[in-house]
Design a protein around this ligand. Structure first.
Ligand code: FES
Length: 900
């Protein structure tokens, strides 16, 4: 067969059943991305004879003798296609994994179709942006500036590579002799493996290695990665002889091809001795419940394995019962309600995966899609008894993470295979694996008690929390502690109580996800406060103003004070004002006839750095031509830290962003970095970058002063050299060895704020919710890149709208995840997401780099309660369980309206 790809002939016969995507990727066209295998996401879109197709469901043989165009074939030689240029100029991407497919599809649209993007681009999903930036790109809006420093909307350094498909992602590289790994997963929720017969699998053509629990290192770990590995229980091994959820790894096969490895997996015969299973978190902690990890010792750091308790916290101040009594005695109000949240999948378009090999010195090398390459390296050393010098882990650009890649899900089994075989091995999750094997957002059940006098001043605030950890405790202690912290400590109250438990069940494990427990807790607390405001007939903004913490207050949740947490700046008051003003001003969205309209709001506070240590090192060097090389360990997965770091260097060293080259996320080539999570890329790594710049700047000024005989204070750094009086010392005259180094240890920590407002219309006949206005105000300190920060906020709001209204993983009665493809797991499409008005508070943080605060995960957190509050005010009743589907909203319509 012969096809013409971007004007060049490609020959070769496809394998039976092979799709065009793999055919193209195997021939080096890695600009064609893999996001699913079902034609749902559009990341693989190409043109066949000018018509856009999803190449993952397009049989390769049908391209015979036809013209195929990928994103790389759109521009002229050395020039960008106008559409590609528009995506650069509008900052039309974040991780960029969807971008090639998005541009390729858009290339076929007529003017009329471009005016109907929700319909025209319904086959292309973006999980990061919230679609506004893509809409701007296709509309020809210019959102970025060509150059600039802190405060300017500079384009991402990788922009041209992303829009042309040349930016390297994890799977866009294949070492010679690559083998492929596939996994056999458990069909049962709880069982002992009595026997595994691998003889038939071993006979499959092309099989090189079969791994079972007999091959696994006997070292327990957690797939969750944190700076302090003791933060998570050691309850997992590479391959276990007990399975605890449907989807758990049972065995792995390494073969010449994915197909051969999967065929061999199907030939493995496993004999299970089924054990009783428990799927309800409340039942799991009751006496007599089946135990998930009864064999684990105290060394595993499980709070109480005899009761399935992974972690728990109990504490507070004052007396909640007395606070409730005081409210009642004063003719105030008390709200006591239960709220629940559901399982949600991250759905980053790039799935988990890594490729491992041994380098020429015999060291283990892993190229992986991870937010935490240094922590992966350290844990592999722990599991396999290796030294740090024996293991090299690095990332290229990552196609989205949202916390899902703060887990070690593929690296351990690939490492085991490479160490056994000595050959390169790849393991890549399918989209279905993401749903059935990767951790999801923790489901929470939260009982809130909130009491206030008639003036709306809180007299009691208590939360009783139960979270479902699933079969393993990865991230469960952290998610529970974090969830119960800022959600409660943002309010002053003399009587507070937090009781929380995280419990093992035989469900799919839960893990880290944008917001890290706060979104679930804030849904409950902010809903309860709105119910209180309604009953007291108080404006919800006013109720918040009377109760939120202000500088000088202590942070109180289960404990008083949080050591290094402080008000580096405070913009919550401004955020409340900005959102209230925007809702008052309204917009021109029309209310459908007969629908009921309401407005709602909610607020959120978040610590700008994870607690208990988060480390980053950075170094900056100067080249003779005046370019700077920045080395920093944090990974880029669409969060934009590369752009932020580039701007910090440009501002501090008085140069332009195009003269800054960034090397990142490589355990061999950069300094240590705990990882890109907890929104630490700007504040922690950014502070290290700034310190490195300041050291280099000082060294450059001293060297120039010495050369000219002036004092260092008489010298000034310019884009062309160091000006000392009338003499310009050129960069080439300075010593080549000049380097600046910086480090930050993640302390002290500040707080950032987000306030969300919605005006919604509810169809009383169907329960359908339509968003008429969406507003978010953020206190991000000094906003280093306004367009990028706006994109983070819009993307967070879009994700949160999905999980507030419809996203939900459905789990069957036997623990099987039933939502296994994007087609039956609804993530927001173009048509689902309104434009969000974004406003920034005007603050300067005393702790963050150049006054900045983090703003990646927190925009998600106030969205669901603001929607719930708007729906309640629109239709007179309240949904307390997520997602707020039309059916749930419709059912609430028949309930009596709350008093007040
Ligand atoms: Fe669209 Fe990440 S930018 S999926």
């Amino acid at each position: 067969m012969s096809i013409w790809v971007n004007g060049e002939e490609q020959q070769g016969d496809p394998r039976p059943g092979q799709c065009l995507r793999t055919f193209l990727r195997e021939r080096g066209h890695t600009e064609v991305k893999k996001g699913c295998d079902a034609g749902d996401c559009g990341a693989c879109s190409v043109l066949v004879d000018g018509e856009a197709v999803h190449s993952c469901v397009f049989p390769a043989f049908r391209a015979d003798d036809r013209d195929v165009t990928t994103v790389a074939g759109l521009g002229g030689p050395g020039d960008l296609d106008p559409l590609q240029r528009r995506f650069v100029e509008a900052a039309g991407f974040q991780c960029g994994f969807c971008t090639a497919g998005m541009i390729t599809t858009a290339a076929t649209l007529s003017e009329e179709q471009l005016a109907e993007l929700p319909q025209s681009l319904k086959g292309n999903l973006c999980r990061c942006t919230g679609y506004r930036a893509i809409s701007d790109a296709l509309g020809g809006r210019v959102n970025v500036e060509k150059s600039g420093g802190v405060g300017d909307s500079v384009a991402a350094p990788a922009a041209v590579r992303v829009v042309t498909g040349t930016e390297q992602y994890t799977m866009d590289f294949e070492p010679p002799g690559l083998l492929h790994l596939a996994v056999l997963s458990s069909p049962v929720a709880h069982a002992k493996i009595v026997d595994i017969d691998t003889s038939a699998a071993a006979a499959v053509d092309g099989v090189h290695l079969i791994l079972t629990h007999r091959d696994s290192p006997d070292v327990a770990f957690s797939t969750a990665r944190h700076e302090n590995r003791a933060d998570d229980p050691d309850d997992t091994v590479v391959l276990d002889d007990t399975v605890r959820f449907v989807g758990q790894r049972v065995a792995a096969v390494v073969a010449d091809s994915v197909a051969a490895a999967e065929r061999a997996c199907r030939a493995i015969a496993v004999t299970y001795e089924q054990l009783p299973a428990v799927f309800d978190a409340d039942a799991a902690r009751a006496p007599g419940a089946p135990l998930l990890h009864p064999d684990k010792s105290a060394d595993a750091r499980i709070a109480d394995p005899a009761r399935n308790i992974v972690a728990e916290v109990h504490g507070g101040i004052g007396d909640v019962a007395a606070g409730v009594d005081a409210a009642m005695a004063a003719d105030g109000e008390v709200v006591q309600q239960r709220y629940t949240t559901q399982r949600v999948q991250h759905t980053h378009l790039e799935t988990h995966g890594c490729t491992g090999w041994r380098d020429d010195d015999g060291r283990l090398v892993l190229r992986t899609s991870s937010q935490v390459p240094f922590l992966v390296r350290d844990e592999l050393c722990h599991v396999f008894g290796l030294s740090r010098e024996d293991v090299h882990v690095f990332t290229r650009r990552i196609g989205g993470g949202f916390g899902g890649k703060q887990e070690m899900l593929t690296e351990d089994i690939v490492a085991l295979a490479v160490l056994r075989l000595g050959r390169p091995v790849r393991y890549e999750f399918s989209r279905s694996d993401e749903f059935t094997m990767a951790p999801c957002r923790h489901p929470f059940r939260i009982d809130v008690t909130a009491a206030a006098g008639p003036d709306g001043v809180l007299t009691a605030l208590a939360v009783d929390v139960l979270t479902d950890a699933g079969a393993y405790g990865n991230h469960s202690p952290g998610v529970m502690f974090h969830g119960c912290s800022e959600s409660v400590s943002v309010y002053r109250c003399p009587n507070k109580r937090v009781d929380a438990q995280s419990v093992y069940t035989n469900n799919i494990p839960s893990g880290a996800f944008r917001g890290y427990g706060l979104s679930q807790m804030i849904f409950a607390v902010e809903s309860a406060l709105d119910e209180l405001a309604l009953r007291l007939d108080l404006d919800p903004f006013e109720l918040r103003r009377r109760n939120v913490v202000v500088p000088g207050d202590e942070f109180v949740d289960a404990a008083v004070g949080h050591g290094d947490l402080m008000f580096g700046s405070y913009g919550l008051d401004q955020c409340l004002d900005l959102v209230q003003r925007a809702l008052l001003d309204g917009n021109d969205a029309k209310t459908p006839p007969g629908w009921r309209v309401g407005e709602g709001m909610a607020l959120a506070m978040i610590a700008t750095i994870p607690p208990r240590g988060h480390f980053a090192e950075a170094s900056v060097t100067l080249a003779a031509d005046g370019r700077y090389q920045l080395s920093v360990g944090t990974a880029e997965f669409g969060n934009g830290t590369t752009t932020v770091h580039t701007q910090l260097v440009a501002s501090e060293l008085n140069t332009t962003p195009d003269r800054v080259e960034v090397h990142q996320s490589d355990t061999e080539a950069t300094g240590y970095d705990t990882g890109a999570f907890g929104s630490a890329g700007t504040v922690v790594a950014g502070t290290a970058v700034l310190a490195a710049c300041r050291e280099l700047r000082s060294a450059m000024l001293s060297a120039a002063a010495a050369l000219t005989g002036s004092g260092p204070h008489a010298c000034e750094l310019t884009p062309h050299g160091v000006q000392c009086g009338t003499r310009l010392v050129e960069f080439a005259e300075l010593p080549a060895s000049l380097v600046g180094c910086g480090r930050h240890e993640g302390t002290p920590r500040s707080v950032a704020f987000n306030v969300q407002g919605f005006r919604v219309a509810v169809n009383p006949d169907t329960g359908e919710v339509r968003i008429l206005q969406s507003v978010q105000a953020a206190d991000a300190g000094v906003v280093i890149n306004p367009e990028q920060c706006r994109g983070q906020i819009e993307g967070g709001v879009a994700q949160a709208i999905g999980s507030a209204l419809y996203e939900q993983m459905i789990v069957g009665p036997d623990g099987t995840v039933l939502t296994q493809v994007l087609r039956n797991y609804h993530i927001p499409q173009f048509a689902d997401i309104p434009v969000t008005e974004v406003y920034f508070a005007d603050t300067v943080d005393q702790l963050g780099p150049m006054g900045a605060k983090s703003m990646s995960e927190s925009p998600y957190n106030p969205v669901a309660p603001a929607l719930a509050n708007a729906i309640a005010r629109a239709c007179g009743a309240r949904v307390r369980d997520l997602p707020m589907t039309p059916a749930r909203v419709w059912r609430t319509l028949d309930q009596p309206a709350p008093s007040g």
